[in-house]
Design a protein around this ligand. Structure first.
Ligand code: DGL
Length: 283
């Protein structure tokens, strides 16, 4: 008996060969880099394949059907790259296409979105609080955050406002003072009055987090999903015994259309050793 138990323990300790397969991440552009950066911080040994669908940026103004078509094709491409986990690092695509991508991928990889980990975080930390949310038109009009929060009956009041031009301005200018003009206009909206915290429900927005905090004179907590999502990915990989604990990480960055702004911003996150490749997914 002891021998059987012992041999079982030894075989349990064997690294899972699937663990070295990469994590696939995608967004419409540079937004998902905020999540990729946090993933690298929390999971330094993981191999990463990033796809920025710059040819279709912005996703926020596209129809749900269009985003679903893009997302399924990108997920297919990430599956061809042998990804063990596909992270939809875009709120707009998480809102419009998560269920479909999950159904399409089925048991071939784990699929995660950037919304559910934030909902769990709000449930833990912000019961009975008044929360504001900014995101793209697609995310805000889907009411996905509100539906999920209301289902939990936590007493959280969530009010959202679509900040349509923000992602495009960040994609174009990065963290530039010009963004303050947009923030002054958008954040003055009555929906965002008297809030305890503001959810940045677009993965582009952590790039301008300090500006948002400054706008509120640091009196409102700014909820940036990147660390929250990275921790959720870590937990998921641990649960599935898929955490890569061996070797050094490789990173591949693909874009559907080469843009200077992506190249510049990717360097800000990952330094000069980043190799940006054009992936002709739509050609
Ligand atoms: N970063 C994306 C999001 O989280 C999309 C921005 C866009 O392409 O409109 O919604």
């Amino acid at each position: 008996m002891t021998e059987i138990l012992l041999s079982r323990n030894i075989s349990n300790m064997k690294p899972n060969p699937l663990a070295t397969q990469p994590i696939g991440i995608f967004d419409s552009g540079i937004g998902g880099l905020t999540v990729a950066h946090a993933l690298v911080k929390h999971l330094p040994k993981e191999n990463i394949v990033y796809f920025g669908d710059t040819a279709h940026m912005p996703y926020g103004d596209k129809s749900s059907a269009a985003i679903q078509a893009y997302a399924v094709k990108i997920a297919h491409m990430l599956l061809q790259q042998d990804c063990k986990l596909i992270l939809i690092a875009c709120n707009s695509a998480s809102a419009a296409a998560y269920e479909l991508v999950k159904e399409y991928i089925a048991s071939r990889a784990t699929v995660m979105n950037v919304i559910d980990p934030v909902i769990r975080y709000l449930q833990d930390q912000y019961t009975k609080k008044r929360i504001g949310l900014i995101g793209t038109r697609q995310t805000v009009n889907s009411s996905i955050y509100k539906k999920k929060i209301d289902e939990l009956k936590t007493g959280i009041t969530l009010s959202s406002h679509a900040t349509n031009l923000l992602a495009q301005a960040i994609e174009e200018f990065g963290d530039h003072a010009i963004i303050d003009t947009l923030l002054n206009e958008y954040l003055a909206h009555p929906q965002l009055k008297d809030i305890d915290a503001l959810v940045l429900a677009c993965t582009h927005y952590p790039i301008i987090k300090e500006r948002v905090a400054k706008h509120y004179k640091n009196n409102v907590a700014i909820i940036d999903s990147s660390d929250i999502v990275a921790q959720a990915v870590k937990k998921q990989l641990e649960n599935d015994s898929l955490l890569n604990t061996n070797g050094s990480s490789t990173k591949h960055f693909y874009v559907s259309d080469y843009t200077e702004s992506f190249a510049t911003n990717a360097k800000l996150f990952f330094g000069d050793d980043i190799k940006l490749e054009h992936y002709p997914l739509w050609d």
